[in-house]
Design a protein around this ligand. Structure first.
Ligand SMILES: [Zn+2]
Ligand SMILES: [Zn+2]
Length: 367
């Protein structure tokens, strides 16, 4: 028996004024793991653009706005400190194991989507940081059968962004069906998702990458493996799509365009542009969730889709297998998240920087 008394209180950051960028650090009880669950002492959590959208109620497609007091966050890494009933000896987990908590905190494993291996779009999920308490706290509950093992050799702070940003772009690149040697365009190439997309595409999957982003992010995009970079700020926001697509296509063999475009930014305009970058039989993968009133992709004329045999698909995070494979890329040194760390108290400021659109890589909270 340990003489140490287990703590009962913890720090958490809550959204105190949903609809605006504001968080407050509070003291709350440490939760108890139930049947089949583990308690994780988090050491790190990434800060994702989705958290910002949820906090500010910017996603009109979500069923319900959040309530004040919601704990956000869905890129958590920590150590298992307690088993709920039924976990010991059943899941290959040990106390002290490092694990990750994802956007889908738990999947039902029984719905039609889960049965087809798409647990990322489970019909009965618990979502970290939306409805369920997220990872902007020191202790979180996760299901023993769905936490993601963190391989030795991957630092916890660098693992955090891989659990959403990394998994998301890896799954999206798979859905793009791009083959080694082919061209893929990454929109938002210097951001939290984009820089990992560029790394996985170029170093992990043998794709050739054109990055698009603010000019200030050219360095991180190129360092991540982009062969070419297009500075979006050099094109006016209105009526300039043609010029940008001309420049993108000029970078590809025969001026045909890219085999796939993965849009990692939450911008309607980026989607409208990206469809025009595609080569015949090319695929647009929607990843960044546009904010405010949902708009259709303005360039998606049926005649264009038909004439060029274009494909438009969406991708939402990734399944458990994608998560394990993404972390394996990291353990082999193929991807490395570009991070800046801060504290729970610095979370509001982190969101403000994320909102500005000029943040390079990912902010990670040390817990
Ligand atoms: Zn996310
Ligand atoms: Zn399910």
């Amino acid at each position: 028996m340990s003489s140490e008394v287990a703590p009962t209180k913890q720090k958490a950051a809550v959204y105190d004024k949903p609809g605006s960028i504001s968080t407050k650090v509070v003291e709350i009880n440490i939760p108890e793991p139930g049947e089949g669950e583990v308690l994780v002492r988090l050491t790190h959590s990434g800060v994702c653009h989705s958290d910002l959208s949820i906090m500010t109620n910017s996603w009109r497609t979500l069923p319900n706005p959040i309530e004040p007091g919601q704990i956000g966050g869905h890129e958590g890494v920590g150590k298992i400190v307690k088993f709920g009933p039924g976990v010991s000896g059943s899941y290959g987990l040990s106390l002290g194991d490092r694990v990750g908590i994802k956007w889908v905190n738990s999947a039902c494993k029984q719905c039609a989507a889960c049965l087809e291996g798409m647990d990322n779009i489970c019909f009965n999920p618990k979502i970290s940081g939306y409805g369920s308490p997220g990872t902007f706290q020191q202790y979180v509950i996760g299901p023993a059968n769905y936490v993601t093992p963190i391989p030795d050799g991957v630092r916890s702070d660098e693992a955090a962004p891989l659990l959403c940003a990394g998994v998301t772009v890896y799954a999206a690149l798979k859905r793009s069906k791009a083959q080694p040697g082919q061209w893929v365009l990454i929109s938002g190439a210097g951001g939290g998702l984009g820089h990992l997309a560029v790394q996985i595409a170029s170093k992990g999957m043998g794709l050739r990458v054109i990055g698009v982003d603010h000019g200030s992010k050219e360095g991180i995009a190129r360092n991540s493996g982009a062969e070419h970079f297009i500075d979006i700020t050099k094109y006016s926001a209105d009526g300039s799509h043609k010029a940008i697509s001309t420049d993108v296509k000029a970078l590809t063999p025969g001026g045909l365009g890219v085999h796939a475009a993965v849009v990692c930014v939450a911008s309607n305009a980026a989607y409208t542009q990206a469809l025009l970058f595609l080569r015949f039989n090319g695929t647009l993968v929607c990843v960044g969730v546009p904010e405010h009133e949902p708009k259709a992709i303005a360039s998606a004329y049926p005649a264009l889709l038909m004439a060029k045999h274009l494909n438009v698909t969406g991708s939402s995070i990734g399944n458990q297998r994608d998560a394990i494979e993404t972390l394996d890329f990291a353990s082999r040194g193929i991807i490395k998240a570009h991070i800046q760390t801060t504290t729970l108290e610095g979370l509001t400021n982190a969101f403000e920087r994320l909102h500005s659109g000029t943040l390079e890589g990912r902010i990670v909270i040390e817990l």
